[in-house]
Design a protein around this ligand. Structure first.
Ligand SMILES: Nc1ncnc2c1ncn2[C@@H]1O[C@H](COP(=O)(O)OP(=O)(O)OP(=O)(O)O)[C@@H](O)[C@H]1O
Length: 274
């Protein structure tokens, strides 16, 4: 696995050999007078796959938005990779795919530019691109079956196509933590299946920690089991740890993308849409 992948400082000694990636300490949040999350105490460790399940309005998106720093807890604290949220700067260690929203059809960026912005941030949307980064972009687009869309405007794509663009964007910088908010909404069943296969491979063979919201209970239970590790209000946390699995000899996540690309999992989809 990625040799230079570092763990954050181990903030607390536990009997577990993996360091905490996300630590939520008595976190509460409310919008105006509506309390959404109350005194949530939960820890996500390196190589955990956490599936967050809950009915509509349970607070799943709200929790993810707090974890990526877009909302501030009303009470309690959050640490990322051992660092308190207000001092955390290593955002490139985290890939985040928010819940899908209709994209403004007039937004001028192309698919390639949106995916590349996963490497360079917002400033990089229109900057000159290094050759090795071009290759990463090609790999990510290929793995998700959207090479043929690379020069299209993002706002002119279908919802499912846009979702794959945002997945490619989240994967391109080889993140240590992937946070996915209903990533397969609007995607057809076959592509959903391929997507779950892909993230399971990433979880089992690479040092990637996952936090994923999904209403696909069949998939969540199949991979993470029926028993929630923790319940808080209407939120259920299902966890699977990949401690037992071997690392890939490959040291880069792009291996997974190339591997998948060689199997052409999304080819049928791409042809259908082409
Ligand atoms: N910006 C906001 N202002 C006020 N209330 C909000 C806001 N965003 C969400 N809420 C409310 O907070 C509650 C939790 O919303 P949230 O989006 O976190 O739920 P969710 O579990 O992600 O739901 P879903 O499964 O429908 O996506 C809901 O009652 C929602 O109406």
């Amino acid at each position: 696995m990625r040799a230079n992948r570092q763990s954050g400082p181990k903030t607390q000694q536990s009997d577990h050999c993996h360091a905490p990636v996300i630590e939520l300490e008595d976190v509460s949040f409310g919008y105006d007078h509506q309390k959404v999350i109350q005194q949530l105490h939960f820890q996500i460790l390196e190589r955990d796959f956490v599936g967050l399940i809950g009915s509509n309005g349970a607070g799943k998106t709200t929790l993810l938005r707090m974890i990526v720093g877009l909302l501030k807890p009303t009470e309690g604290s959050i640490r990322l990779f051992g660092t308190p949220m207000n001092r955390f700067k290593d955002w490139d260690r985290i890939g985040y795919v928010p819940q899908r929203n209709a994209f403004n059809p007039l937004f001028p960026a192309t698919v390639k530019e949106v995916v590349m912005s996963g490497l360079y941030g917002r400033k990089g949307l229109f900057r000159r691109i290094a050759k090795k980064d071009q290759q990463k972009c090609t790999d990510a687009l290929g793995a998700l079956g959207i090479e043929h869309l690379r020069d299209r405007k993002i706002g002119q794509l279908s919802g499912g196509q846009q979702q794959r663009v945002f997945l490619a964007r989240a994967l391109i910088h080889n993140p240590e933590l992937l946070i996915l908010d209903e990533p397969t909404v609007g995607i057809d069943t076959e592509t959903q299946r391929m997507f779950f296969q892909m993230i399971q491979h990433m979880h089992q063979h690479h040092q990637i920690t996952f936090l994923m919201v999904s209403h696909d209970l069949d998939m969540m239970h199949a991979y993470l089991g029926d028993q929630a590790k923790q319940v808080n209000g209407k939120l259920q946390f299902h966890v699977r740890h990949s401690h037992e699995t071997q690392d890939c000899s490959e040291d880069d996540l792009m291996h997974t993308l190339r591997h998948l690309q060689s199997e052409r999992p999304f080819e049928a989809m791409a042809v259908k849409e082409g």
